[in-house]
Design a protein around this ligand. Structure first.
Ligand code: NAD
Length: 541
């Protein structure tokens, strides 16, 4: 341990840059984007401090321009995963005993590298890989990632300071040991910040990590890796492996040293992972920690007293930013009848001004969805809606994959509160609205609570405090992140710890201490200063 009770810098949220026309940051990010677009990169795996090229490569293309190739990446064979496990365990010997202030310094340095020299690169790469507008890239790849790194260091220090009582003759010391073995971080396509945070948070607490980014995010994952390297994460501590998720996962879950999974992605994949771990439980030296943040069917419910313009804005931003591909995106809305016409007019008028296209054109608010599988799935739901009697398309409904995977922001209006798009996670720019009678407020709140298997985010709008209170009570278990008079997206690290229960995950709240506790195994050390030498207690006479 170190030789002092060091205080870490107080974490503050990274300010969001505006990228207004004429600003230097806009020029820098566009120049970087163009440079990336007009060249190609090759992304090897990163194992034990070395680049590993396997020759089994796949190409990378921007979702908004799918015929254009911006690089290739290398896919693992089983032997690479086994080697990565072996060398991670070797690296653990030094990393797990490294004084915490050294670990903190590495990840604080990573935060500053992103805030400064890597900012344009990580934003441009995220615009390219995940088709994000510059605003969406900035709040994710730069600000949220920086916040995760800074706040987690502060939370780690706070956790270490949490100590039991001692007495004059007994000193009780709680050690927050890293888990024995290694952690497996499996990350989704939609947030660069999550891709960086899942391995980094476990590594910060002294663990070694096998990190498997999503195939659709590798172009920006490469920048994360460059940051980790430059910040000084030692060889073997975060191993980046890529390729077939089933082969990689099966190889990892077969290891007796597997001690935890840090997952973000879809619900069914997570359930499959849990099941596999369960069936192999006798293999492991320790009970693996299973942490997963998964799908959502996030709602907005608007009381008759709410402001129609505010509700329309929340629906537009909440449902269509990042093409509805936020786990928190609003995708089912319940609007009281007497305000519906005004909400509808505002929403449709606003949608007429929304532009769609490449993120390189900064006038675009909506860009492409992530890949062809997602595009085809979304298009099939739109086609079905065109055929069904109990639903009507009141905005959007167009789609085109000739150049990029573009789906128009689409608003469905249904008369059936159990219509399939009211309960199924589509993960795209499609929102379904159900209009309820003004006097059915409580009944509607129960409907919201019971319609889907998820419980991630939700928002309630009302100017009546009693009715807000009714909603807060009835919807207590319907969302892990609950919003009052605001859209249900945009959680900020350090302000709104994020996660949900039911089908949405283990609710271990990324960006909070609660998450970091999952990556330590406390050891209680009791030291007695004057040790008894006689077994007899006074009551024995
Ligand atoms: P996904 O489930 O398709 O993929 C997530 C990761 O799992 C990827 O790395 C993928 O390669 C891997 N994977 C896929 N199949 C696997 C298997 N059989 N075994 C092991 N790993 C496997 O999800 P996605 O499309 O990348 O992300 C979108 C999903 O993530 C949505 O459901 C969204 O709601 C969810 N999400 C949730 C949160 C949250 O905080 N709750 C945040 C972001 C995304």
């Amino acid at each position: 341990m170190g030789k002092g009770f060091f205080e870490v810098p107080i974490a503050v949220n990274e300010p969001i840059k505006g990228f207004a026309p004429g600003s230097p940051e806009r020029k820098e990010v566009l120049d970087t984007y163009k440079k990336m677009y007009n060249s190609t990169i090759d992304v090897p795996m990163y194992i034990n401090g070395e680049d590993v090229e396997t020759g089994d490569t796949a190409t990378m293309s921007p979702p908004h321009d799918h015929q254009h190739i911006v690089g290739t990446y290398h896919r693992a064979e089983k032997k690479h995963i086994e080697y990565a496990i072996e060398t991670a365990l070797e690296a653990r010997k030094k990393w797990s005993v490294m004084p915490w202030e050294q670990r903190a310094a590495i990840f604080l340095r990573a935060a500053e590298l992103i805030a400064g020299p890597y900012r344009a690169k990580i934003n441009a790469a995220t615009m390219m890989a995940q088709s994000k507008t510059i605003h969406q890239a900035e709040i994710d790849a730069s600000c949220e990632f920086i916040d995760f790194l800074r706040f987690n260091v502060q939370y780690m220090a706070e956790i270490y300071a949490e100590q039991p009582e001692s007495t004059s003759d007994t000193w009780n010391r709680l050690e927050y040991r890293p888990l024995e073995g290694f952690i497996y971080a499996i990350t989704p396509f939609n947030f660069t910040a999550i891709a960086g945070n899942l391995p980094a948070s476990a590594a910060l607490m002294g663990n070694v990590v096998m990190w498997k980014p999503s195939d659709s995010q590798i172009f920006s994952a490469k920048i994360i890796l460059d940051v980790f390297k430059e910040a000084g994460v030692p060889a073997g501590v975060i191993q980046m492996v890529m390729g077939d998720p089933v082969m990689i996962s099966d190889t990892i879950f077969a290891s007796p040293d597997f001690s935890g999974v840090h997952f973000t992605g879809s619900t069914n994949v997570f359930k499959g992972i849990w099941q596999k771990i369960g069936t192999q439980i006798h293999t492991y030296k320790t009970y693996p920690r299973i942490v997963g943040e998964t799908g959502g069917k996030d709602f907005i419910v608007a009381h008759k007293t709410s402001n129609p313009k505010q509700v329309a804005t929340a629906i537009l931003r909440g449902s269509f930013e990042l093409q509805g591909q936020k786990c928190s995106a609003a995708s089912r809305c319940y609007v009281s009848k007497s305000i519906w016409n005004e909400v509808k007019e505002n929403l449709i008028e606003d949608l007429k001004t929304v532009k769609m296209g490449s993120p390189e054109n900064m006038e675009n608010f909506v860009t492409a969805v992530i890949h062809e599988g997602s595009f085809d799935k979304l298009a099939s739901y739109i086609d079905q809606a065109k055929k069904d009697d109990n639903v009507e398309i009141i905005a959007g409904g167009g789609y085109d994959k000739s150049k990029g995977y573009f789906i128009e922001p689409t608003v469905l209006l249904t008369t059936d509160p159990n219509y399939t798009t009211m309960s199924t996670e589509l993960f795209g720019p499609i929102v379904t609205i159900y209009v309820f009678e003004d006097d059915k407020w409580e009944e509607t709140l129960h409907l919201v609570d019971e319609t889907s298997i998820y419980a991630l985010t939700g928002a309630v709008f009302s100017e009546d405090r009693y009715e807000l209170e009714t909603a807060v009570r009835i919807l207590e278990n319907a969302a892990g992140n609950f919003y009052i008079n605001d859209k249900p997206t945009g959680a900020v690290v350090g302000q709104q710890p994020f996660g949900g229960a039911r089908g949405s995950g283990t609710n271990d709240k990324a960006g909070s201490k609660l998450n970091l506790y999952r990556w330590v195994s406390p050891r209680m050390v009791k030291e007695t200063f004057v040790t008894p030498t006689d077994y007899r207690y006074p009551f024995l006479g």
